[in-house]
Design a protein around this ligand. Structure first.
Ligand SMILES: NC(=O)c1ccc[n+]([C@@H]2O[C@H](COP(=O)([O-])OP(=O)(O)OC[C@H]3O[C@@H](n4cnc5c(N)ncnc54)[C@H](O)[C@@H]3O)[C@@H](O)[C@H]2O)c1
Length: 257
C-alpha cells in the first residue's frame, strides 16, 4: 500500500559533499550516504586520502569523486566546491564534518591550540557552508549538516577550546537556519557522544576510561559511526525536510542528565 505519509530516507539523485572524509566518522558517512543513493564528493586535505575512500565506495557499487579541501584554506574550499558543481551541475547536501579534538587542561591552553581549534572547527565550518550555500539557494533546496558534539551542550573537563568551538557551531547552525531556511536550505547540527573510531579506539580500549564514559551514557555503551550516519541521512533526506535549526544529539542520553 502506498502512503503519502511514509517518509523517504533515500538520497537518489542527490549530490553530497563531506569534509574531513579521509578517515573516521567522515569516511563512514561517505559510505553511508553512497549506500543511501547519493553521489558523494569525498573531500580531504590530501587528495590521495580522498581518492582512496572514493575508490572503496565505487568498488562497493556507489558513486563518488575525490577532491582536495582544507577547511582552513578558503581558496581550497572554493576550488573544491566549484569542482563538484562543475562535475555534477548541483550540490544538495553539505556534511561539514572536518574537526579536531584534544584534551588539555584550561591552564595549559596556548594561543596556538585555541586558534587551531577555532580555525578548523568553527571558522573552517562556516566558510565551507558559505561556499556551498549559494549553489543550494540557486537550486531552491539544500541541506547543511554541521558536525557538533555533546561537548557543545555540557561541560567536559579539559575540553575548553573544543567545547567553545562546538558551542559556536550550534549558534552558527541557528543563525544560518534563520537566514537560509526561507531560501530552501535547512541547517542542522549533529551532536554525538564518544563514537568508537580508529581515532578514539586507543582511549576507548582502555577499560577504566571506557567505564568512566559509559557510566554517563544511559543506554550503556558508546556510539558507532552508523549511529551518526543514521542522524545525517535523516537530516539529508526528505524525511528530515521540516527540521531546521536543530542540534540532534546522538549521545545515548548523556546530555539529558
Ligand atoms: N569520534 C568522536 O567521539 C566524536 C564525538 C563527537 C563529535 N565528533 C566530531 O566528528 C567529526 C569527525 O571526528 P572523528 O572522530 O572522525 O575524528 P578524526 O580525527 O578521525 O577525523 C577528523 C577528520 O577531519 C580532518 N581534518 C582535520 N583538519 C582538517 C582541515 N583543516 N581541513 C579538512 N579536514 C581536516 C582529518 O584529516 C580527519 O579526516 C569531528 O568534527 C569531531 O569533532 C567526534
Amino acid at each position: 500500500m502506498e502512503s503519502s505519509h511514509l517518509p523517504s530516507l533515500g538520497l537518489d539523485g542527490q549530490v553530497a559533499l563531506v569534509t574531513g572524509a579521509s578517515r573516521g566518522i567522515g569516511e563512514g558517512l561517505c559510505e553511508a550516504l553512497a549506500a543511501a543513493g547519493a553521489t558523494v564528493a569525498v573531500t580531504a586535505r590530501r587528495l590521495d586520502d580522498a581518492e582512496a575512500v572514493a575508490a572503496r565506495i565505487e568498488a562497493a557499487g556507489g558513486a563518488a569523486s575525490a577532491h582536495s579541501l582544507d577547511v582552513t584554506d578558503i581558496e581550497s574550499i572554493g576550488s573544491a566546491v566549484a569542482e563538484v558543481v562543475a562535475s555534477y551541475g548541483r550540490l544538495d547536501v553539505l556534511v561539514a564534518n572536518a574537526g579536531l579534538g584534544a584534551n588539555l587542561p584550561a591552564l595549559e591552553v596556548t594561543e596556538e591550540h585555541w586558534d587551531l581549534m577555532m580555525d578548523v572547527n568553527l571558522k573552517g565550518l562556516f566558510f565551507t557552508a558559505q561556499a556551498c550555500a549559494p549553489h543550494m539557494i540557486e537550486q531552491g533546496a539544500g541541506r547543511v549538516i554541521a558536525m557538533s558534539s555533546q561537548a557543545s551542550l555540557v561541560g567536559i573537563p579539559d575540553h575548553v577550546a573544543y567545547s567553545s568551538s562546538k558551542g559556536g557551531v550550534n549558534q552558527m547552525v541557528r543563525v544560518l537556519a534563520l537566514e537560509w531556511g526561507p531560501l530552501g536550505v535547512t541547517v542542522n547540527g549533529v551532536a554525538p557522544t564518544f563514537i568508537y573510531t580508529p581515532g578514539t579506539a586507543e582511549r576507548l580500549d582502555e577499560p577504566t576510561f571506557l567505564a568512566s564514559v559509559v557510566e554517563r551514557i544511559p543506554v550503556g555503551h558508546v556510539g558507532q559511526i552508523k549511529d551518526v550516519a543514521g542522524a545525517v541521512i535523516y537530516l539529508a533526506s526528505e524525511a528530515g525536510a521540516m527540521v531546521n535549526g536543530s542540534i540532534l544529539t546522538v549521545d545515548g542520553g548523556w546530555t539529558a542528565q
